[in-house]
Design a protein around this ligand. Structure first.
Ligand SMILES: Cc1ncc(COP(=O)(O)O)c(C=O)c1O
Length: 378
């Protein structure tokens, strides 16, 4: 079975040996929280992404919440989020007492549409915008940056899926006018062996606030903080993985290019080639004509021993019950929801594997049953 995420090869014998050594060192020194690996990782990851500062936190959702708080966004403030994202983006906004406003997405890629953002900003008093590099695809950060700076709007790039993404302003975190938040959940390109996240920034004052908030307000005066420290073991894993992330992301690009060359089924719409070099390829999304065809494709691929993602994302944010009645623009996002199926894209796929998976996708066809449901033909 081809798995969507390949943690077995990622954590091979050699890797496990190194991690056991690091864990033994942590146990022997009783340095469980914010140890030397945290400091090393923060310095190295900031440098890799072109940011001045990196601060590790407990997970990617906390990273968004803490970044919003560091910008002093809170109760009653309006925060622009895209119509297609993982639910945590909206959740972070709700959790700080702010209100999400929906921005529509680009038809081509599903990321935040700058034109829609411009209209939403004209209609509402937006305090912060959270463009999301969904699937690893880069948002048009040059245009988004321009709109936000003109309107004094804080920018938080949700880069949970974007370790390796190159936006028009460089890697997520390189823009001096935004902060970028990451999730290192075990299935991400750069992943912990548990939960972890990070916030990249250029501003020492914002970074100081992040430090204060993640550690119960310590070091501040009257700030209400929380516990969102990243433990030393997760930092030790992440710091080791930094040594091969670039090579792995490069292989993901090669796999994406091979899929794009070899998948020719007209039922399946792929992203344009221009994304080969700029996406992190956390996921390889393929779009089909409707939700029923997406379900049929998932079933078909499973029968061919290919674990597909199921449907990413089954609902747009505007169709989530918790966002019922939320204002903004949502037409394209709603029209794209439920139609995207992802196939395995890992650095460990051989070219032969990619050809096998491509040929399985190419052989997908379906018949429409009496109740008008597409049934894959085997
Ligand atoms: C786009 C996006 N934002 C935020 C998150 C939240 O990250 P975490 O699960 O580490 O809290 C995720 C996690 O998958 C994500 O994909």
């Amino acid at each position: 079975m081809y798995q969507l995420y390949d943690l077995v090869n990622l954590h091979d014998e050699l890797f496990r040996e190194e991690i056991k050594k690091r864990l033994a060192k942590i146990v022997d020194t009783n340095a469980f929280i914010e140890g030397e690996y945290n400091t090393k990782f923060e310095a190295e990851f900031a440098e890799m992404q072109g940011a001045n500062f990196c601060r590790l936190v407990a997970n990617g959702t906390d990273a968004i919440e803490i970044a919003l708080k560091a910008y002093e966004i809170g109760s009653g403030d309006l925060v622009a989020i895209p119509g297609i994202t993982f639910y945590a983006t909206a959740e972070a906004v709700f959790n700080i007492g702010a209100t999400p406003i929906l921005v529509d997405v680009e038809e081509e890629s599903g990321v935040m549409c700058p034109k829609s953002l411009e209209r939403v900003v004209a209609d509402y008093d937006i305090k912060a915008a959270i463009p999301v590099h969904i699937y690893g695809l880069p948002c048009k950060m040059d245009e988004i940056n321009h709109i936000c700076r003109k309107n004094n709007i804080a920018i938080i790039e949700d880069a949970a899926q974007a370790s390796g993404t190159i936006t028009p302003l460089g890697p997520a975190g390189a823009n001096p006018h935004s902060v970028a938040t990451f999730s290192f959940y075990p299935t991400k390109n750069l992943s912990a062996m548990g939960d972890a996240g990070a916030i990249l920034s250029h501003d020492p004052n914002v970074t100081k606030k992040i430090e204060i908030i993640r550690n119960h307000g310590r070091g501040g005066v009257g700030e209400i903080g929380r516990n969102s420290r990243c433990d030393h073991f997760q930092a030790a894993v992440l710091q080791h993985k930094l040594s091969f992330i670039e090579e792995q992301n490069q292989r993901r690009k090669e796999v994406a290019a091979l899929y794009m060359k070899n998948i020719t089924n007209p039922e399946v719409k792929l992203l344009p080639n221009k994304f080969i070099q700029t996406s992190s390829w956390h996921l390889f999304p393929m779009r089909v004509r409707n939700n029923n065809v997406a379900k049929a494709l998932v079933t078909y691929l499973k029968q061919k021993d290919i674990a597909s993602s199921d449907i990413y994302y089954a609902k747009s944010m505007g169709l989530e019950p918790a966002l019922d009645g939320v204002k903004g623009e949502r037409e394209i996002a709603n029209s794209l929801a439920g139609k995207t199926v992802c196939i395995p894209i890992t650095p460990f796929l051989t070219s032969e594997d990619v050809l096998k998976i491509s040929s399985a996708v190419n052989s997908f066809c379906y018949e429409i049953t009496k109740d008008e449901t597409p049934r894959p033909q085997l």
